[in-house]
Design a protein around this ligand. Structure first.
Ligand SMILES: *Cc1c(COP(=O)(O)O)cnc(C)c1O
Length: 410
C-alpha cells in the first residue's frame, strides 16, 4: 500500500471552519425558522464592479475568435497585468519593484502554502499568534513541526503572541529565527503595523539573515496614510522579504481567483554548504514546473482594477465594507464591548464580554442572536477570550446583526 504523508495526521481534526459549520447546522436543524446572519468566514458578498465584469466579458469574446484566441499564457502572468501592478501598487508609492519581480497566480492562500516548496528543512519558523491558520498548517504538512500540544501549538514553531498590551502586534522573537510570517493589515485581529514596527522587523531580518513572508492581502483597506501598504516601502526590505497580495478582498475575487507574489530579484537564500541562491529564480522554476498561469479572462478582469473607472469602483466597494466595519465597531462599543481593528481592515476583533471563552461566546451569539462569528481561539492559543466579526456582508445584515447583539448583551 502507498505510504501517505503522515504529517497530515498531526493536523487537528476539528479544524475551525468545519467545527463552526457543524454547530451552525445543528442549530438550524433544531431551529428551522431562525434566520442566521453569518459574520464568520471572511468571504466577500458584493457583486463585482462593472468595469471588471466588462473587461472579463470582452476577454471571453477574445477567446471566441481565431485572431484573438489565447492558449497557455506566461506562467508568471501577462505583462498587461504585471505592468500596471508594478506601476500603481509599487512605483507610485516610491517602491522600486519591477514587473518581472511580480508573479501572478490564482490565489494567495496557495502561494503562501506553495512557497514552502522552495524553502529547505531545518529552518526556525516564527508565527504570530493569533494567526491565519494556513501558515501553520502548511508547515505541519511540510514536516516542519512536531506534534500539537493541548492548546493546539505545534512543537518546533516559535509562537509570537499578540495581546492587548502590544496591541496585537507581537514583539520581535527573543531567539534567532530563519523564517517569519507577518500579515498586515492583520487577519484575524484587524490591526496594522506602523512604518517603525515594520522597520524593526526588516532590521531584525537583515541582522539575522531571516526571510519575512509578508501577507498584504488587506492592504487596499488601509485608510491611515501613515501606514505602509507594502513591506517594500521599508528601507532594506528587498533583501529579506517576499510579499503576497490578492485580488480576493479588494475587488471581490474570492470566487474568480487572482493574486500576486513579489519576489525581488536580489533576494537570496542559502544552500546547506553556504552558497547563495536567488529565491526569485527558484520561485520562477517552481511556478513554471507546477503552475500554468492564471486564466486570461481573470487576468483581464484584474487589470481593469487599474483603470480610472476600476479604481473608483474598487474604492466604492472597499468604502462599503469599511462602513460596515465602522458600524460594527461603534455598535459593539455602545454595549460595552472592547473592540480592536476595523479601521484599516475589514475585521473587528473583540474581547468577549464577562470573560467568556471564545466558543462560549460563539454559542451564545448563535443561540440567542442567530449571528455567526469566529472564535478567536480558532486562530491560535493567544486568541482565546477573543472573537472575530467580519465586515463582509450586506448593510442590512450588519445592522440587523447589531440590533440582535444589542438585545442579547443589554
Ligand atoms: C483572504 C486572505 C488571503 C487571500 O487568499 P486567496 O487565496 O487569494 O483568496 C490571503 N491571506 C489572508 C490572511 C487572507 O485572509
Amino acid at each position: 500500500m502507498v505510504q501517505i504523508n503522515a504529517n497530515y495526521l498531526k493536523l487537528k481534526a476539528g479544524y475551525l471552519f468545519p467545527e463552526i459549520g457543524r454547530r451552525v447546522t445543528a442549530f438550524s436543524q433544531a431551529n428551522p425558522q431562525a434566520r442566521i446572519i453569518r459574520l464568520g468566514i471572511g468571504d466577500v458578498t458584493e457583486p463585482l464592479p462593472s468595469s471588471i465584469t466588462k473587461a472579463m466579458h470582452a476577454a471571453v469574446d477574445d477567446m471566441a475568435s481565431r485572431d484573438s484566441f489565447k492558449g497557455y499564457g506566461p506562467e508568471q502572468g501577462y505583462a498587461f497585468l504585471r505592468e500596471p501592478i508594478a506601476q500603481h501598487d509599487f512605483q507610485a508609492r516610491g517602491v522600486d519593484i519591477s514587473a518581472d519581480e511580480i508573479f501572478i497566480s490564482d490565489g494567495s492562500k496557495c502561494d503562501t502554502g506553495n512557497i514552502l516548496d522552495i524553502i529547505g528543512d531545518g529552518n526556525k519558523i516564527a508565527i504570530t499568534d493569533p494567526v491565519y491558520p494556513v501558515y501553520v498548517d502548511t508547515n505541519v504538512m511540510a514536516g516542519n513541526t512536531g506534534a500539537a500540544d493541548a492548546s493546539g501549538r505545534f512543537e518546533g514553531l516559535v509562537y509570537l503572541p499578540g495581546n492587548e498590551a502590544n496591541n496585537f502586534v507581537p514583539e520581535l522573537p527573543s531567539e534567532k529565527v530563519d523564517l517569519i510570517y507577518l500579515c498586515y493589515p492583520n487577519n484575524p485581529t484587524g490591526t496594522v503595523a506602523t512604518r517603525e514596527t515594520l522597520q524593526k522587523w526588516v532590521d531584525y531580518a537583515r541582522a539575522n539573515n531571516s526571510l519575512i513572508l509578508f501577507d498584504a492581502a488587506y492592504e487596499a483597506f488601509i485608510s491611515d496614510p501613515s501606514i505602509p501598504h507594502s513591506i517594500f516601502e521599508i528601507e532594506g526590505a528587498k533583501d529579506v522579504a517576499i510579499e503576497f497580495r490578492s485580488f480576493s478582498k479588494s475587488i471581490g475575487f474570492t470566487g474568480v481567483r487572482c493574486a500576486l507574489t513579489v519576489v525581488p530579484k536580489q533576494l537570496m537564500g542559502t544552500t546547506p554548504t553556504g552558497e547563495k541562491v536567488s529565491l526569485h529564480q527558484l520561485w520562477n522554476r517552481r511556478q513554471s514546473t507546477k503552475f500554468n498561469g492564471a486564466s486570461y479572462v481573470v487576468q483581464k478582469g484584474a487589470a481593469a482594477a487599474y483603470t480610472d473607472e476600476g479604481k473608483v469602483e474598487m474604492r466604492g466597494l472597499i468604502d462599503f465594507y469599511m462602513t460596515n466595519a465602522r458600524l460594527l465597531r461603534e455598535g459593539l462599543t455602545k454595549v460595552g464591548i472592547r473592540v480592536f481593528g476595523g479601521v484599516n481592515a475589514p475585521y473587528v476583533w473583540l474581547k468577549t464580554p464577562n470573560n467568556l471563552g471564545s466558543w462560549e461566546f460563539f454559542d451564545m451569539l448563535l443561540n440567542q442572536a442567530h449571528v455567526v462569528g469566529t472564535p478567536g481561539s480558532g486562530f491560535g492559543a493567544a486568541g482565546e477570550g477573543y472573537f472575530r466579526l467580519s465586515a463582509f456582508n450586506s448593510r442590512q445584515n450588519v445592522e440587523e446583526a447589531l440590533e440582535r447583539i444589542h438585545k442579547v448583551l443589554q
